[in-house]
Design a protein around this ligand. Structure first.
Ligand SMILES: Nc1ncnc2c1ncn2[C@@H]1O[C@H](COP(=O)(O)OP(=O)(O)OP(=O)(O)O)[C@@H](O)[C@H]1O
Ligand SMILES: [Mg+2]
Length: 311
């Protein structure tokens, strides 16, 4: 069966998209015996550095390349050859305790310029032929990841894509490659007012893709991802209870969004996550007292269990 492809998105920065993609991916592989491919499309390269150290990444990049090279191959109309760029078992190599069924397509800063691309807007109404050509180009710009992941979809149970904090070209690529998208959000006012806007924008992206398909005369179905859930992260605790503000925001968002969209499981604000990130390991493989404390709550295991139930 082909892998289930899920994108983690939010145009808001610092809302634990990467931490969640990483921990859910590691948990799927380590606790639930799933074959997982993590895909880093954020030029900040954070997911890559959660998996491995900078020197290890430099070595891999020198030998094999990154998603930026894959994109350049696609742009030059060569076969992407995705398998060549997959980093096998990157997590835990430093402590010789790898996660055997977790692979990564690493990113690098070179992908940054690619996000500035887009179709130009002409002043006059284009001819039908021009419209057809522009629509084809529009779809092609958004189908890099979809095409690249098709090459390896039978090798994995799950493919998880960590998106940058925007909805530009690479995120649009993720949305046309994925069947679902998951949003992470901190349950405070400013972080949650954008949830409806985000869903509307994704729907708009889908409508543009559909229009382009009509004009291009495309036969292969190409759709954008559907929302699969909202995960609350970094929930603030006062002692052992959730602070009033965060609790009431979660209740309000849950009621507003309806359809059980919000995951009942969440992560709380814990120093251990930052410490684990410094060691390029998930919290449950990190030996510091704070990480051990974070691991003892099993927050990401619970989220992952729900993730498997949904997808
Ligand atoms: N539950 C948590 N408790 C405390 N710190 C956390 C928690 N989850 C994530 N963090 C920290 O919050 C910071 C931002 O997390 P992360 O990089 O995952 O967010 P992001 O949404 O991917 O950011 P960006 O938009 O820049 O890609 C990181 O330093 C991370 O270690
Ligand atoms: Mg990130």
């Amino acid at each position: 069966m082909a892998a289930k492809v899920i994108a983690f998105i939010n145009y808001k920065g610092g809302v634990a998209k990467t931490t969640t993609t990483y921990h859910v991916g590691c948990s799927l592989a380590q606790h639930f015996m799933k074959k997982v491919l993590l895909v880093d499309i954020d030029p900040q390269t954070n997911l890559t550095f959660l998996c491995a150290s900078i020197p290890e990444w430099e070595e891999f990049k020198k030998k094999h390349g990154t998603i930026a090279n894959m994109y350049h191959r696609f742009a030059a109309k060569k076969a992407v050859d995705t398998k060549r760029f997959i980093w096998r078992q990157p997590v835990g190599s430093a402590i010789k305790h790898r996660i055997p069924t977790l692979d990564l397509i690493p990113c690098d800063i070179d992908l940054l310029g690619e996000d500035l691309g887009g179709s130009s807007v002409t002043g006059s109404f284009p001819s039908l032929e021009l419209l057809r050509q522009q629509s084809k180009a529009y779809l092609r710009e958004r189908s890099f990841l979809r095409q690249a992941l098709k090459e390896v979809e039978n090798d994995y149970d799950y493919i998880l894509i960590d998106c940058p904090p925007n909805l530009y070209l690479m995120t649009q690529n993720a949305l046309t490659a994925a069947r679902w998208y998951v949003v992470t959000a901190i349950p405070d006012h400013l972080s949650t007012i954008g949830l409806n806007i985000l869903q509307r924008k994704v729907r708009n992206i889908g409508e543009l893709v559909k229009s382009a398909m009509t004009f291009a005369g495309y036969k292969t179905p190409m759709d954008v991802a559907q929302i699969g859930g909202i995960i609350f992260v970094r929930v603030r605790l006062g002692g052992s209870v959730i602070t009033n503000v965060h609790q009431s925001t979660m209740i309000q968002v849950d009621a507003e969004q309806g359809k059980g969209l919000c995951f009942p499981e969440r992560t709380t604000e814990l120093i251990g996550y930052g410490e684990a990130a410094e060691q390029s390991l998930p919290v449950w493989m990190t030996a510091t007292p704070n990480a051990k404390r974070a691991a003892s709550y099993g927050e990401y295991e619970h989220i992952t269990k729900e993730f498997i139930r949904r997808f």
